[in-house]
Design a binder for this molecule. Structure first.
Ligand SMILES: Nc1ncnc2c1ncn2[C@@H]1O[C@H](COP(=O)(O)OP(=O)(O)OP(=O)(O)O)[C@@H](O)[C@H]1O
Ligand SMILES: [Mg+2]
Ligand SMILES: [Mg+2]
Length: 543
């Protein structure tokens, strides 16, 4: 693009040093001392002794306002402007080109894959893609930002004006779906910074530039939300969309999706209040807690006649409180200027927008609607299927292969398959029971060849992964349904005869004891008798 290919050749060369600090010692020492003291200051929870803030009736009419900025790491094997590899657990400073380390004379070369990912994300969120786009320099001074500025898109970002629709479940058993939407102001491409690693024992800070220059999409949302739960649901939906598109892996624990929550309070109808910004939250649960805490804190401040400061805060998950980090830098402090090495560029010369649009797969909301419509599933089940990578596909192949009703099949998928996978920390692709094997088992059940409790035994056997089919297991372990009514009658009678006290209790009106007798019959038949028949015979025998 803007830079010559010769420029590219000079920068694609890794420094390949283990944990190197690439600054003269005196400068590093000064910067590091600063960072260390700041990090010590922010890491000490300053509010431990403060009481939890409680709502007061006087401040009830205030409402919370939430706007999110989300940094999504683009799923690309190389960085935004250099050919260095991107990897989460690579040794420190092993994935750093001369450009990433800001050596003089190196030039940025725009990564087509990053542009394509931002365009696809923008289209999926109904944004307008700006055909002509600009890069800007945003200045700030941290040891892990060696150039002293970040290349970002302040004036004309790649995408603008979209919408994210998200839903959350409420009500009895979470059975009711509430759908809301938040406007997307813009999506901008920008570089990530490096990482500062503080060794507080030795009062030293190390710089790891592996992350420096990795491509990010910053998604800026309008302040349309009101509470932590809404924000968490919006982030979860965005995470699913990005994962479905493949534009970001969305692993929050690895920092691939980082959220800044802007929070204020105001009285409806009045102008928005001053916002605080809670930075770098990397879990949806913490996001909800941080926002709700911050809303209540601000309500308390405003309600008692104080003013909210425009400041940056951090969330201390141990105390569940937000704590001040540093004053928010004003817009002018960033000294934005056009990036001279990347002149205005035409998106359409990098990617074919219509071709990208055609490659957009079915998005989570559409998948959920289809599952409810095509299979008659309950909405909460469609959420569970879509939330778990690969589970929708698993359920669909099962439903297409078995004669059992989808409503029956979903119970097995969620309770039995997903239940055991979660218990054993496995993902869907590692399930020992394939959709085909489960379909065969459900067909045996459907055809009345096994009882439901014997089917559970067969499922446990399948889970052990011996490779035998459900029919083989039924045959080998003699688990087929006992069809012979005389045989079932004989077992029921022997249980009745040997439990006179229980029979007396049933006759006295304690119907629950009947279940005990049923259990004893099933034990003798290894769960192979039809429970409906057994119940009828026991009822008759004890009446
Ligand atoms: N009064 C408010 N209350 C809550 N959120 C707000 C309010 N005003 C603006 N916001 C939110 O603050 C965010 C502003 O993000 P933007 O990237 O434009 O600016 P910034 O925070 O100054 O920049 P950056 O953090 O990227 O340096 C948006 O998500 C917006 O919705
Ligand atoms: Mg921002
Ligand atoms: Mg911000």
């Amino acid at each position: 693009m803007a830079a010559s290919s010769a420029g590219m050749c000079t920068v694609v060369c890794n420094l390949n040093r283990q944990f190197a600090v690439h600054f003269p010692r005196t400068i590093t020492q000064n910067i590091c001392n600063n960072i260390c003291s700041r990090s010590l200051w922010t890491s000490v929870p300053r509010y431990h002794s403060q009481p939890q803030i409680k709502k007061k009736s006087a401040v009830r009419e205030l409402v919370g306002v939430v706007g999110l900025e989300i940094h999504a790491q683009i799923n690309s094997s190389t960085k935004l402007f250099s050919g260095s590899q991107v990897g989460f657990s690579a040794p420190p400073n092993s994935q750093v080109s001369f450009f990433d380390a800001s050596l003089p004379g190196t030039l940025p070369v725009l990564n087509r894959r990053c542009v394509e990912a931002a365009v696809m994300t923008g289209l999926a969120l109904d944004c307008t893609i700006n055909r002509k786009s600009l890069f800007d320099r945003k200045h700030y001074f941290y040891a892990d930002l060696p150039a002293g500025y970040q290349i970002t898109q302040q004036r004309v970002p790649i995408a603008e004006g979209g919408t994210l629709q998200y839903s959350h479940l409420i009500g009895h058993k979470q059975g009711q779906v509430v759908t809301k939407s938040v406007r997307i102001k813009q999506i901008q491409l920008e570089q990530d910074s490096g990482k500062s690693l503080h060794d507080e024992n030795r009062s030293q800070t190390f710089i790891d530039l592996n992350r420096a220059g990795v491509g990010l999409m910053e998604l800026v949302m309008e302040p349309d939300m009101q509470c932590g739960e809404e924000a968490a649901a919006a982030v979860r939906e965005l995470q699913l969309i990005l994962q479905t598109l493949g534009t970001c892996q969305g692993n929050m624990a690895e920092g691939q999706l980082r959220v800044d929550a802007n929070v204020s309070v105001h009285r409806p109808g009045e102008p928005l209040g001053v916002r605080t910004e809670v930075k770098n939250i990397n879990s949806a649960r913490f996001l909800a807690r941080a926002i709700d805490y911050e809303i209540e804190r601000q309500m308390e401040v405003v309600g008692s006649g104080g003013t909210v400061l425009n400041e940056t805060r951090a969330f201390d998950f141990k105390s569940g409180q937000t704590i001040p980090m540093r004053d928010k830098e004003g817009l002018q402090d960033y000294r934005f200027m056009p990036e001279p090495n990347l002149p205005p560029w035409w998106c359409t010369t990098v990617v074919l927008i219509d071709a990208v649009r055609e490659r957009i797969p079915e998005l989570p909301r559409a998948t959920r609607a289809r599952l409810v419509h095509a299979f008659g599933l309950r909405p909460e089940h469609s959420f569970t299927l879509v939330n778990e990578d690969g589970l929708t596909e698993y359920f669909e192949s099962l439903a297409n292969m078995t004669r059992a009703e989808p409503k029956k099949a979903i119970g097995w998928v969620i309770k039995d398959v997903l239940g055991l996978l979660n218990q054993q920390g496995r993902n869907v692709s590692q399930s020992p029971v394939s959709p085909r094997a489960l379909a065969q088992l459900l067909d045996l059940l459907e055809d009345g060849r096994v009882s439901s409790s014997a089917a559970k035994t067969v499922f446990q056997e399948l889970w052990k992964g011996s490779g035998r089919s459900p029919a083989q297991i039924v045959e080998e372990q003699d688990l087929g349904l006992v069809d012979d009514s005389t045989e079932i009658q004989r077992i029921c009678q022997s249980v009745i005869d040997s439990h006179p006290e229980e029979v007396r209790a049933i006759r006295a009106g304690n119907r629950k004891v009947l279940n005990k007798l049923m259990g004893l019959v099933q034990k003798q038949t290894k769960g192979r008798a039809d429970p409906v028949k057994v119940r009828a015979m026991l009822e008759e025998g004890t009446s």
